[in-house]
Write a protein that binds this ligand. Sequence first.
Ligand code: OOB
Length: 558
Amino acid sequence: MTNHSKDGITAWPEDLAGYYRRQGYWEDLPIGAHVNATADRVPDRIALVDGADGTRLTYAELVNRADAAAERLLENGFQRDDRVLFALPNGWQFVVVTLACLRAGIIPIMALPAHRRFELAFLSNLAEARGLFVADTLKGFDYQDLADELRDEVPSIEYVYVSGSPRNGNLSLEALLAPGSEPVRARTRLDSMAPAGEDPALFLLSGGTTGVPKLIVRTHNDYAYNVKACSEIAEISGNTVTLVSMPVSHNFPLACPGVLGTLFLGARTVILPSANPKKAFPMIKAEGVTDAAVVPAVAQTWIEFQLEHGTDELATLRTLQVGGSRMPDELAQRVEPVLGCRLQQVFGMAEGLINMTRLNDNDEVINKTQGRPVSEADEVRIVDPLGADLPNGTPGSILTRGPYTPRGYYSAPEANARAFTDGWYASGDVVERRLDGNLIVQGRDKDMINRGGEKISAEEIESLIYQIPGLTMVAAVAMPDQVLGEKVCLYAQTAHGHTLTLDQVREHLHRTGVAAFKIPERIEIVDSIPTTKVGKIDKKALREDIATRIRSEQETQS
Ligand code: OOB
């Protein structure tokens, strides 16, 4: 049994915490209390529809299952503040098990189903996870084999819950989530031992700039406020029907306002495992979906699909939120005419700060900016490399702090020293603040590759590739891609007599057990990798080089 202290977690300063409470941003309620209050109000309304298996749960059924599961977890030996790792696909099970953990004060670590041994072992070791929650198989990948390897590598893991068909002593997630027979008693018991507002609710994964993944501790207070502030700016209500088709362990579909936004208001979430318009569009029509949140790459496929097929399936769609990576202005302009709904640009981060355009902004703002902070308590500074404030209209590095932007990563003093200064979080984005207050994301000063919203740390990939013998220098950089925006290109300088192919890189990274989306999709072998005056790899020159190569290849093709 583990006994976690609050070590590794950076709290907000007392005076600010007091201020956030007095202002009503922090309500000192666990997230479960917000959902239970809705369930008391509209018990028979449908809360959740699983578009893949047809499951429909009312609010009463949802909280009953969540409470029953919370009690079973505690009976099985889990304790408040234990951590459990989720690598679960979108489905009703994800929502119910998340609520169960939040009720019991057990902390989910929101990994992705795309993550593999490398990420999952690292994260479970870092957070001393006692439980692992996975699918049986997904897209031909067997998570139970992976779970067996993780049990060997991570001493803290005691329980593995499997959605589908468990084997080898693994436990059934569906049995854990079965309805309970005594909802009132369970409710009372769990209420009496509920976590406090300032307790950690969940750990989100950082987009990552350092060599290893980092965890972001979100408390019940700050995350509930994140949900409420986003719900207000997205103008959702009890009548909203939200389609969640992006991986729900991401902050965006989970809480901006996402699933939690609908559950706080008595609205409905329709959850799907993929955003493919062939599946998503009929679901939008069948369920009367009003709101959806996607990355720009998905918005583009939806627009192309609609132009080609001219469906009548989007009649109820009111708002399309788009965020996670920079939406090209030309793409933004096509949303309303083609899909017939309002675009809301979202520039957010798992570390906190969420910016959104407002639904009643004029088209110029909606199509050309990434909006402004959702809360009046969000503080934003745009600074030069020395940290001096820049005037509006001059791009610089964005710094932020506020009631839902935590003050540090979990147990990561070095990363914290780099990313947090006096509580100001430096996201590594280069942003211009216009005179009207709206932000435009101009670029990045962090060494990260944004592949259609999935974030890849260049340093993490490079350090794994250096394990291959015969390499003198490697650099992972973003190369432009028409659909995803960016993909990973690897520049490599080999030692005399050595060669390196893309297949070798792929095979090596595959063996290492990293998520497939991080694997480079192109390799350039060069005689020498350019460096800057101070001897660092000149990534800017490499990005320009690969962009030029791709452009000239496209020109010769056409
Ligand atoms: C969202 O969160 P993360 O944690 O996966 O990634 C955050 C980073 C930002 O620092 C920025 O570099 C990039 O993703 N980003 C955008 C963007 N939205 C996010 N870059 C340009 N334009 C945008 N609209 O990605 C996230 C979290 C909550 C809501 C929405 C997105």
